[in-house]
Design a binder for this molecule. Structure first.
Ligand code: BV8
Length: 235
């Protein structure tokens, strides 16, 4: 394998599954009979804010009961040990990569533990309940907070930074994602276009499996620690 210096890793709900966090498209993919696509939209929020706030309040509360698994921990070890550039782009809105210790990390679809104030536009750390219309931590206005989550039809965060990293990377690794949602599902094609090697690790083949040079099928909790050991051997 040509020498690898710069790595971009994309993770999805599958990396958090073994921590007990529900995935979107698995058997537990529905929430109270709602398809996520129907709840994770600005239209749903403005049509029925109480329903959407409940959806996110419940998922935010659940974070306190789950912990990073071996895959999160292995990626944090790689983050600390890798001599070249490493960027972990997660589609997940949970805080498990953060709690495992990954530093070169960005949440392209936002975070459960962040609140976005529609009055002052500030984002603030938030781990409480939004349905009770608490005041904004910055401007103090009550009833103006929305989840700081990128919904369908909204622009993911830090796309410039992601595209620059994809253009420069020698290796693109996709872990635990179905490849169903864009622009994240297109990152593998961008990376290949710029000459990167591409590796997928997933329980089942994703919708974009054919784009990857290599696919390893299995649980992230087993595959990711093995891969991190393998890649650190060549350092
Ligand atoms: C945008 C936050 C434009 C919410 C999320 C038609 C064609 C192409 C695109 C579109 C289209 N129509 C509309 C679009 C655009 C749309 C889209 O892609 N729709 C899809 C449904 C077709 N995309 C958007 O709207 C995006 N924005 O395009 O903006 C724009 C341009 C200019 C200006 C303004 C706007 C925004 C999308 C972001 C939506 N928010 N999340 C929340 O969390 O509540 S998406 C959500 O689903 C996730 O964040 C993730 O991104 C996505 C997919 O989920 P996965 O993480 O992959 O999870 P999933 O359950 O699907 O799969 C889990 C995988 O893990 C499985 O493969 C399974 O096998 C595996 N697995 C399970 N267990 C394990 C495992 N693997 C390993 N180990 C295990 N143990």
């Amino acid at each position: 394998m040509k020498d690898i210096r710069n790595i971009v890793i994309l993770t999805g709900a599958g990396i958090s599954a073994e921590s007990g966090v529900a995935t979107f498209r698995g058997p537990d993919g529905l929430w109270e009979g709602h398809r996520v696509e129907d709840v994770a939209t600005p239209e749903a929020f403005f049509r029925d804010p109480a329903l959407v706030q409940k959806f996110y309040d419940e998922r935010r509360a659940k974070l306190r009961t789950v912990h990073p698994n071996a895959a999160h921990q292995a990626l944090a070890k790689l983050d600390a040990a890798w001599p070249g550039d490493l960027l972990l782009v997660t589609q997940n809105v949970d805080d498990l990569h953060d709690r495992a210790g990954s530093k070169h990390l960005l949440h392209m679809h936002g975070e459960l533990n962040s609140a976005w104030c529609l009055a002052c536009d500030a984002r603030s750390p938030f781990d409480g309940v939004m349905a009770t219309e608490p005041p904004c931590p910055q401007c103090g206005q009550p009833g103006c907070l929305r989840p700081d989550i990128v919904w369908f039809g909204e622009m993911p965060y830090q796309m410039e930074r992601i595209e620059q990293a994809l253009a420069r990377c020698d290796l693109f690794v996709s872990i635990g994602t179905s490849g169903a949602v864009y622009p994240a599902a297109g990152f593998v094609q961008t990376a290949r276009h710029y000459g990167a090697r591409t590796l997928e690790m997933n329980l089942d083949p994703s919708e974009g499996s054919f784009h990857f040079h290599e696919s390893r099928m299995g649980r992230a909790g087993e595959l990711v620690p093995d891969w991190v050991e393998e890649i650190l051997q060549n350092v």
